[in-house]
Structures are given as structure tokens and as C-alpha cells.
Design a binder for this molecule. Structure first.
Ligand code: ATP
Length: 730
């Protein structure tokens, strides 16, 4: 086992780096491995002295919500030279450090690779033959650009994307008030991920990314599109440009150039917003904190498990699983895209980014059209309804699904107020232009209602399907909607009108549906939860305080567990595990020990259905009784604020991808006269379609949640990192 390790952050800072450092430090200390923090990246490694310090458990306390990196980061010219790296080796050996965790972009990972490769020769030249033969290095992807090979997402990208989406939302409202056109420049020198996904989630009128080969007269097309958009009275226009976008000849496209073209050609008021460092700043999102924590813990586990000398890898998250890729491969493949763009091989660059990038670009182009490509064929169409409780992102899914259908010449009818709307015939035709404004709206414009379809409803549903000539149905909702669709399908023999293709999209903040790792709405709710928890933590003041916070989720512990993981809450009571008396007794001891060890605030998260009798109030009274006036106890029931607000970037992208998938598979089924019922799910990176009955068979007997929710594997991680010291019982 390694004797000691060091952790550093390098290159551009990224939100979530602190969460990664916290995870590395606490997991290492828990495994009995001393850990050094290297301040200011490789510059600190070269400088040595006070720049490399042993870190304790509390040194990384309270840093989860903080942006940037508390270790500091730098670009080091000295480390680029062999003498600098030799000094770094001497500093590591002097402290008995045999392993290094580097969190940064491709340059930083390259630095780690070079250091590990040169280790033996530096040892020899320093006369340090006694030192460990090899340096173990693990890289973690820290970069807002999301341009690293070997991971679906890098630490910081989700936060940056949310900043961009928020900026597009904010600019859209001011642009609409002033009839203004905005040019928004995002980061991404060689990578259009932020610009592309920001445009998809925010609803841009035009997008320019480095990976696309533009036509010689691309700007004329852009001008034409924006002119038409103004003519038809669209309230605002937004051109999103990645800083690395290029003209066909390879020269950079500047935001100022776009502004000038639009001003001259359209004689309009155009404003530029360069988001710049705002994208790097601020508190990390739940996704970034969880990603960073998972990778940080996995890095230490690997270092502790593997025999010395083997590791020179980057850990990433692929298909929602932690994977290791050799650093050399990560750097080479990541840089290849930039190289292809430099050489003008844009097709190759896009291919390297993956199929979902190309599909995303096509989708943005479809959605930014002024009008559908095909005229409506005028013989019936598709119905869309949102069922059950509302979830953020439902509007995005409706907007994208409907526009993808309209674009193929298929009319779309919005069913108002869920299944009762279908029963009572409340449907209205949806138009292209009104749908463009729905992407970012909270809740559901169509309206939702909980209603179990009954025997007497079936004939009315059949009648309305027939009256409106519905040839297919898209249902967006939670388990109640799945069961209602199942009910309709079971009765197809009696009511042949129900024999139409149906696609069901998972949308609920509870994340309790089969065949999908994430449901539409869960990410927004999770971010709502951690924002409140961050604020609660700041209320500790001079008193010692324990908070029992109740979160939603019904019989699924997703929000409670991931909320605890992302906020550092000390305990999560989950319905999957229930609450036992002996747990409560242990938790009281843990609470007292935590306060004795110097903590001023302890947060217990309780899922609303974790136990029938050990309620939130019961736990409060129990803790109060046991506090013996040494600390205060408070409760907070977060309630509906968890569902509120505009959908997060992740939810909008998930809803857009699922909406598009639903529209294309339904159009296909209608053409093939296939009347199956498909349930969509996100598994790993891809969206797939599953048979409804097979999906329902994945649920536990009471139909309350999937049998093996993936996120339960994160429980030990959440508990281990939140306790008050190494070896402390939870
Ligand atoms: P970002 O994605 O934000 O640019 P990055 O990690 O790619 O982050 P760089 O400035 O490229 O940022 O690299 C950070 C540091 O890594 C450099 O300042 C240098 O010290 C070290 N480094 C980069 N490339 C090498 C290399 N080829 N050899 C040794 N060290 C390197």
C-alpha cells in the first residue's frame, strides 16, 4: 500500500475541484494514508517548502459549496522544464510521497504523465535510489470545457452549462422587452460542447461551434434566418458563439464581427455578452459535486488497492460508471480533436466528439427553424399529455417532441390537464411559434393532474382519440402515468381506438422509475435541495445546531441520498433501508461526538416516507431530549420548493433528447403501423426504448420503486465522507 499521497489542482480552475480534493483527502485519511495538499498546482510542487502541507480531516470541511479550488491553481512554466520536474521529484521523495492525484485539464494530465515517466531518471540524477521505484499518478478531469477523452463529463462542465443557460434565460427576457438581438460568446477554444448544449437548453436562434465546417457564405444564411424571425414577431434573437468557432478558412469568428454583420444587414440593435470567467465561477451544481466526489473516492480506492508502479490513469465517468483510461491515451485523443479542427477536418473532429454531439447539432438546427420543414398533412396527428405531479423539464420535453413532429408534417394536439383532459376531450392544436418559448418554463403549460384511469373512462378516451384523429400518443409523467397507459393497453381489444403507438417519458422529481437512471426533473429538484442545505449550514452561528431536513422522493431515497452526498449532510434516512431504533440510538451518539469534536452544525436528511412512525418531528423531539441543552434542534420541510423554478441544464438536455427520441420513434411506428408501447430511459450515455410491461416488471412488488436503484451504491461514500473524523462511526 502507498505510504503517503499528494493532491493538487492545476490549469484553469473548475467548480467541483474542492469536492474532489475533499473526497481524496477524507477517503485517504479513512484508509490510514497521510495526504498532502500541494498549493498552486505544479508551481507548488516545484517550490516545495510550505507549498506542500499535510492536510487534516477538518481542513476540507465546509468546502463542498465553494467554487474554485481552495488549494489554488496555477500554470507553471518551471514545471515544463526537466529541472523543474526534478525539483518536484525531490520534494515528493523528501516527504515520502509515492502517489499523486492531479485534478485538471489535458495540460495538467500531460504534466502528470511526464512526471511519472521521468521519475526513475530524476531519482537517478538526484542520487535517490532508496526512493519508491515508481510514482503512481491518477488524473481527474477538471475542466469546464468538457473536452477530455475518457469521460462523458468533466468536473465543472455542468456548472458552467447552468451559468450559460441562466444567462440565455436572463438575456432573453431583456432582449424581448427591447426587441434586441444578442450575441453570446461562451468559452470553448477547441470544444463546442458548452455553446451547443447551452443553445439546446436555452433555445438559441443560431449557434456557431468549432467542430462544424461552415459554408463560405454562412453569415448570409444567419442574417436571412434572423430577419425572418423578426418579421414573424419572435420576441428575441440569440446567436451563441463558442470562442473557438472559425470561418471556413480557419480564421476565428469574433462576436464583434457577428454584431457588425447583423447591425449592417438588418439595421437593428445588437448587443454582445461575453460570459468569460462567470462560467467558471460560483458554487458547483449537485452534478459536479457528486461527480467530483465519486471520482475522488475511486482514485484513492484504486491507489490503495493496486500494487505500486501500475497506475498512470485518468478516472472518468462513462455511462454512469467510473472508468480508468491511460493518461497518454486521454491526452492524445483529447488533443486530436483540436488538431483535426486546426487541419480543417471538421467531420473527423465531430466524429471524435461522438454521435450525440452531431445529433445535438442537428436538433438545435431543427428547433431554431422559423417554421417546420414540412407542411401539416392535415389528417389527425399526435396527442401529448403531461401526467401526475408536475416536474421541471416537462415543458422542454413537450416543446421539443412537438416541434420534431411538426417538422415532419405531423399535427400535434396538447391534451390539457393530463388524463382527465383526454377523458373530457380538452385538446388543442399546438403551433410551432408558441412552443419555442416553452423550453425554460417551470411546471407544465399543458397542466398536470393525478388521476387513475377507471373502467368508465376508457370509452371516453377511445372516443376522443377517434374524434381528434390521434394516431399516436406521447405521455410524459411518473408511475401513475405508466399505470394509466398500461390500463389503456390492456383494454385495446374492447376499444380498438386505443390501439395506437404510445411513447412514455419518465418525468418526476422522485427518480423512482424503471429502465432509467435519471428522470426528467430529478436534477432540478436535487439542485433546489442542495441550495437550501447550503443556506441552512450558514445559519449555525454561535450556537450548535442540528437540523432535521425532510425532502421529497416518495418511496425513493434519490433526493435524500444524493442531497446528502452533494451537501455533506451527516445522515440520510432512506425508505429503501427504513429507520431502526438502534440506528437512531447510534445517530444520537454520533451527533454528540460530532459537536464535541468541534462541529457547529449537523444535518440529517430524512426522506418523507423513510418510516411511518419515526417521523421528522419524532426525530426532532428525540434529538432534543438527548441534547441535554448542549445543542439546539430545528426542522425544515422543503416541500414544494423542490419542484419549483426553471429546469436545470441537465433536465432540459435530458428532456430535449427524450422528446426528440419520442417524436422520431413515434413517427416511425405510425408509418410502420406498429402499435407497441415504449417507455424511454437513460442508461449510461444513451437513451433507449423499453417495453412497458418489462419496465413495470422491474419495479418492486408494491410498485414503489425500481428493484435495484443504482444510487444506493453511493450510500457508504456519503456516510464515510460526512462523519467528523477518520475512523469515526457514522
Ligand atoms: P485548461 O483546460 O483549463 O487549460 P489545463 O490543465 O489544460 O487546463 P494547461 O495550462 O495546459 O492547463 O496545463 C497546466 C500546467 O500543466 C502547465 O502550466 C504546466 O505546468 C503543466 N503541463 C502542461 N503540459 C505539460 C507538458 N507537456 N509537460 C509538463 N508539464 C506540462
Amino acid at each position: 500500500m502507498i505510504r503517503s499521497l499528494a493532491v493538487l489542482t492545476s490549469g484553469g480552475d473548475a467548480p467541483g475541484m474542492n469536492a474532489a480534493v475533499r473526497a481524496v483527502v477524507r477517503r485517504a485519511l479513512d484508509c490510514g494514508v497521510p495526504v498532502h495538499g500541494v498549493f498552486n498546482g505544479y508551481e507548488g510542487l516545484v517550490a516545495g517548502g510550505d507549498s506542500i502541507r499535510l492536510l487534516g480531516w477538518q481542513d476540507v470541511g465546509g468546502i463542498l459549496p465553494r467554487g474554485g479550488t481552495f488549494l489554488g491553481t496555477a500554470r507553471s512554466e518551471r514545471f515544463r522544464l526537466p529541472e523543474g520536474r526534478r525539483a518536484a521529484v525531490a520534494n515528493l521523495v523528501e516527504r515520502g510521497i509515492g502517489a499523486l492525484v492531479v485534478i485538471g485539464g489535458d495540460g495538467s494530465l500531460m504534466g502528470a504523465h511526464v512526471l511519472a515517466s521521468e521519475w526513475p531518471e530524476h531519482l537517478a540524477s538526484l542520487g535517490l535510489e532508496e526512493a519508491p521505484e515508481a510514482l503512481q499518478v491518477i488524473g481527474l478531469p477538471g475542466s469546464i470545457d468538457n473536452d477530455l477523452f475518457g469521460t462523458d463529463m468533466s468536473i465543472g462542465a455542468d456548472t458552467a452549462l447552468n451559468h450559460i443557460v441562466q444567462a440565455i434565460d436572463d438575456l432573453s427576457s431583456t432582449a424581448a422587452s427591447h426587441q434586441r438581438t444578442f450575441v453570446l460568446e461562451t468559452m470553448g477554444r477547441h470544444c463546442g460542447y458548452l455553446a451547443l448544449m447551452g443553445s439546446l437548453a436555452g433555445g438559441a436562434s443560431w449557434v456557431l461551434v468549432p467542430e462544424e465546417e461552415l459554408e463560405l457564405r454562412w453569415h448570409q444564411k444567419m442574417v436571412r434566418s434572423l430577419r425572418k424571425s423578426r418579421e414573424i414577431g419572435r420576441p428575441h434573437q440569440m446567436v451563441v458563439v463558442a470562442e473557438g468557432a472559425r470561418h471556413p478558412d480557419g480564421l476565428p469568428i469574433r462576436a464583434e464581427e457577428i454584431r457588425r454583420i447583423l447591425c449592417e444587414q438588418l439595421a437593428i440593435d445588437v448587443r454582445i455578452t461575453v460570459l468569460g470567467h462567470v462560467q467558471r465561477g460560483g458554487s458547483p451544481t449537485a452534478f459536479d459535486r457528486i461527480l467530483a466526489t465519486r471520482l475522488g473516492v475511486a482514485a484513492v480506492d484504486l491507489l490503495v488497492k493496486e500494487p505500486p508502479g501500475k497506475l498512470r490513469h485518468m478516472l472518468g465517468l462513462q455511462k454512469n460508471r467510473v472508468t480508468a483510461t491511460p493518461l497518454a491515451e486521454v491526452v492524445e485523443q483529447s488533443r486530436r480533436v483540436a488538431q483535426e479542427i486546426e487541419n480543417g477536418s471538421y467531420g473527423k473532429a465531430q466524429e471524435l466528439r461522438g454521435e450525440s454531439f452531431t445529433r445535438g447539432l442537428e436538433l438545435v438546427k431543427t428547433l431554431s427553424r422559423i417554421e417546420p420543414a414540412e407542411k401539416s398533412q392535415g389528417e389527425g396527428g399526435v396527442g401529448i399529455l403531461t401526467g401526475g405531479a408536475d416536474a421541471p423539464g416537462m415543458n422542454t420535453a413537450v416543446s421539443v417532441a412537438a416541434r420534431c413532429l411538426l417538422n415532419q408534417g405531423i399535427a400535434v394536439y396538447g391534451v390539457l390537464e393530463s388524463f382527465p383532459g383526454l377523458i373530457h376531450g380538452r385538446l388543442r392544436e399546438l403551433g410551432w411559434n408558441e412552443l419555442t418559448g416553452w423550453l425554460n418554463r417551470p411546471s407544465s403549460e399543458l397542466g398536470t393532474l393525478r388521476h387513475d384511469v377507471r373502467e368508465e373512462d376508457l370509452a371516453k378516451i377511445a372516443e376522443n382519440i377517434s374524434r381528434h384523429g390521434l394516431k399516436g400518443l406521447i405521455v410524459i409523467g411518473g408511475l401513475g402515468s405508466y399505470l394509466n397507459v398500461a390500463r389503456m393497453v390492456e383494454n385495446r381489444r374492447r376499444f380498438p381506438e386505443l390501439d395506437i403507438p404510445i411513447v412514455v417519458l419518465p418525468a418526476t422529481i422522485d427518480n423512482n422509475l424503471p429502465c432509467t437512471e435519471f428522470t426528467i426533473g430529478a436534477d432540478t429538484a436535487l439542485n433546489n435541495v442542495i441550495q437550501v442545505l447550503d443556506k441552512i449550514r450558514h445559519t449555525a452561528g454561535a450556537t450548535r445546531r442540528a437540523f432535521v431536513v425532510e425532502v421529497m422522493g416518495r418511496r425513493s431515497g434519490f433526493l435524500a441520498l444524493l442531497g446528502a452526498l452533494a451537501s455533506g449532510a451527516e445522515k440520510a434516512y432512506l425508505p429503501e433501508l427504513g429507520i431502526r431504533l438502534r440506528d437512531l440510538s447510534r445517530d444520537v451518539d454520533m451527533l454528540q461526538e460530532s459537536f464535541r469534536s468541534g462541529k457547529r452544525m449537523v444535518i440529517f436528511l430524512r426522506n418523507e416516507e423513510a418510516s411511518r412512525h419515526y417521523t421528522t418531528d419524532f426525530i426532532r423531539r428525540l434529538l432534543e431530549e438527548e441534547s441535554r441543552d448542549e445543542f439546539e434542534v430545528r426542522t425544515a420541510i422543503l416541500g414544494h420548493l423542490q419542484r419549483g423554478g426553471a429546469p436545470s441544464a441537465f433536465d432540459r438536455i435530458l428532456a430535449s433528447r427524450m422528446g426528440a427520441f419520442a417524436a422520431f420513434s413515434l413517427a416511425d411506428a405510425m408509418e410502420q403501423k406498429y402499435t407497441g408501447v415504449r417507455v424511454l430511459g437513460l442508461q449510461g450515455r444513451g437513451i433507449g426504448a423499453f417495453d412497458l410491461h418489462e419496465a413495470l416488471a422491474e419495479m418492486d412488488e408494491g410498485l414503489t420503486r425500481p428493484k435495484n436503484p443504482w444510487f444506493l451504491e453511493l450510500l457508504p461514500v456519503a456516510e464515510a465522507l460526512a462523519k467528523h473524523g477518520p475512523g469515526a462511526t457514522v
